[in-house]
Design a protein around this ligand. Structure first.
Ligand code: C2E
Ligand code: MG
Ligand code: MG
Length: 580
């Protein structure tokens, strides 16, 4: 692995590329502009100074920001005594000293961030800093520091810091990252140049918190933040995006370079444990890459691509790097097509009849989303639903399909043609938006009133929730579904048997319909075990007085077995394909 101390070149020269860095990791850089005149800086230098100090008090490495802040050149500062470079102001309350550094190396404990200190720069000007020190290995500690303005010293929460930085990790916070991406986008748009972002999520971090306690979790985040800072270039920005998510901005990096950096970050976290409170903790990270302009031409698109690639990295087993190249089915062209369809009324539902297995009569129907392309061909939901979830467009699909289905219910009911249940599929993303649910219910009320229908009686909307889509906290699901339940909608569990924890949902939610997983139904006539499973679930459903529905019925043999097992309703190509 790349050891953090094998710091990538410290040269501030923008011409040092990531490719050079990637092949040149152990080559120490020499700083030409380390002697920047700190005393003439009226505005603080942003970014963190990073300095490695061994237990003899010798500086083993120093980054460019630290050089700029202290006024020392890198080649002069390295191998020097820490006390020579970090001259203290002479105040008796000083906390940054060798004794403390030795204690940290020995004990393996971090000191809390944001301790403050006045030091003297090379030309004897006072520099106000806040700092943290953490152990790197058995011989070295890392001093990480940040310039404060004079009037910020001794304030518990320096305003500037609070606004721009995450107080725990001392990295840029989400707002700062967002601003930076917008700025970079504006610059690069003019220059037609690439840049990339990496969204990193620590795998199963929840368990670290549960196992070692929150305090250790927080300290670990600080160590990870520092390790990442040693790997990236100083012109790159790393920040805390959310809880255990970091976002790294790589100016000028195209997709290939971004992949090199992402792989390096992946290795640096995965391959070496973190020493904390006399323990070595190992963890892994998933990383999603998005590059401008190929993966998105606006900051919002770029971020949603990074979300999508990260989602893939996580859902394909975690502990890996994903870029848009790795996504199959070209999610981005699907995304564009989907957005056009949503904006131009070309997202339309089709309806598939649901019939009574004993009598063969139609008893209900299910609405399924379709994109209507320029040639009026209908594209099946199966081809775009995953992309819609990843690109966070699924709630808009649900919204449009449900509204059109409600209008169809009203037309059918008022013409006295049909008044049977209309099943609609609903995503977790839609459920998490109470404002959309409220608006759907209002729309529904108005439509029923317009058609002179009895709101209590003619309200045949059934909400299908997919097992995989179900959120993990049953109480939360119940709360989110409540407005629909109060409005009188019934609930169905879709694809039962394909996911997990659905039995709890059956126990805790007012479910009326249970739809068997189609893949299992296809095997029921041909595999004894599949038949036994369906039989078992059927008995369970009967005891709960649920109506069961078998999907994907394609042939007579399957229908016969389902009839024999007593499954209530059916749906599939044997009866009818979904149609408008
Ligand atoms: P689902 O809700 O389980 O819908 C059944 C799927 O099986 C549909 O595919 C339907 O066209 C297909 N199907 C019906 N009969 C047969 C059959 O006999 N054999 C086979 N092999 N397939 C059959 P579709 O329309 O491509 O939808 C796929 C999935 O996408 C749906 O599975 C549902 O989970 C999701 N979906 C569809 N429309 C929406 C929507 O409006 N909102 C949300 N959130 N999800 C939707
Ligand atoms: Mg369904
Ligand atoms: Mg289904």
């Amino acid at each position: 692995m790349t050891h953090p101390r094998q710091r990538a070149s410290d040269q501030p020269d923008d011409k040092v590329t990531h490719e050079q860095q990637a092949t040149n990791l152990t080559k120490p850089g020499s700083s030409d502009y380390a002697s920047a005149q700190i005393s003439e800086n009226t505005t603080p230098i942003f970014g963190d100074g990073l300095v490695g100090i061994n237990k003899d008090g010798i500086i083993t490495f120093i980054n460019n920001t630290a050089c700029k802040l202290t006024g020392w050149r890198q080649n002069k500062a390295e191998n020097q005594s820490f006390e020579k470079i970090f001259k203290l102001s002479g105040d008796s309350s000083e906390s940054l000293n060798l004794k403390l550094i030795r204690h940290i190396i020995k004990s393996g404990h971090l000191i809390a961030p944001l301790a403050q200190q006045v030091i003297k720069t090379r030309d004897n000007k006072e520099l106000y800093i806040d700092f943290s020190i953490s152990p790197l290995d058995a011989n070295t500690a890392i001093l990480m520091f940040h310039q404060l303005e004079k009037d910020q010293l001794n304030k518990n929460h320096p305003l500037l810091y609070q606004i721009n930085y995450d107080p725990l990790t001392r990295l840029s916070n989400r707002e700062t990252l967002q601003k930076k991406i917008t700025q970079l986008h504006q610059n690069h748009k003019k220059k037609k140049q690439s840049f990339s972002i990496l969204l990193m999520d620590l795998d199963r971090f929840k368990f670290i918190n549960e196992r070692y306690g929150r305090e250790t979790g927080d300290q670990l985040l600080q160590l990870i933040a520092q390790r990442i800072q040693f790997i990236i270039r100083e012109t790159d920005t790393i920040g805390r995006w959310a809880g255990e998510e970091f976002l790294c901005i790589l100016p000028d990096a195209d997709p290939d370079v971004a992949t090199i950096v992402a792989d390096r970050l992946h290795h640096c976290i995965n391959e070496q444990g973190f020493y904390l409170n006399e323990r070595e903790i190992f963890l892994t990270v998933s990383i999603g890459i998005a590059s401008y302009p190929v993966d998105g031409i606006t900051p919002e698109k770029l971020l949603s691509t990074a979300d999508a690639t990260l989602y893939h990295a996580k859902h394909n087993g975690r502990n890996q790097v994903y870029s848009s190249k790795g996504l199959n089915g070209n999610i981005f062209s699907i995304g564009t097509q989907l957005e056009n369809a949503l904006n131009n009324h070309q997202l339309v539902p089709v309806y598939q009849p649901i019939f009574d297995i004993q009598s063969g009569n139609q008893v209900a129907e299910e609405a399924l989303a379709r994109i209507q392309d320029e040639d009026s061909n209908l594209i099946e939901a199966g081809k775009f639903i995953d992309a819609a979830i990843q690109l966070q467009l699924i709630h808009r699909i649900d919204d449009q399909v449900i509204r059109q289905t409600i209008s169809r219910c009203c037309i059918n009911a008022s013409a006295n043609r049909t008044n049977f249940p209309h099943f609609v599929n609903i995503s977790a993303d839609f459920l998490r938006r109470p404002e959309l649910i409220k608006s759907i219910i209002e729309f529904s009320r108005n439509e029923f009133a317009n058609y002179g229908l009895n709101e209590r009686k003619d309200k045949p909307l059934v909400i299908e929730i997919t097992e995989q889509e179900l959120l993990h906290d049953v109480n939360e699901v119940k709360k989110l579904l409540q407005p629909f339940i109060e409005f009188g909608c019934e609930l169905a569990i879709d694809d039962f048997g394909s996911g997990y924890s659905s039995l709890t949902y059956l126990a805790d939610l007012p479910i009326s319909y249970l739809k068997f997983d189609g893949a299992l139904i296809k095997r029921v006539a041909y595999e004894d075990r599949a038949r036994k499973i369906i039989n078992g679930i059927q008995k369970l459903a009967e005891s709960l007085e649920l109506i069961t529905i078998a999907e994907h019925i394609e042939d007579q043999a399957t229908l016969d077995v389902l009839q024999e097992l007593g499954v209530s309703w059916g749906q599939g190509y044997i009866s009818a394909r979904p149609a408008r």
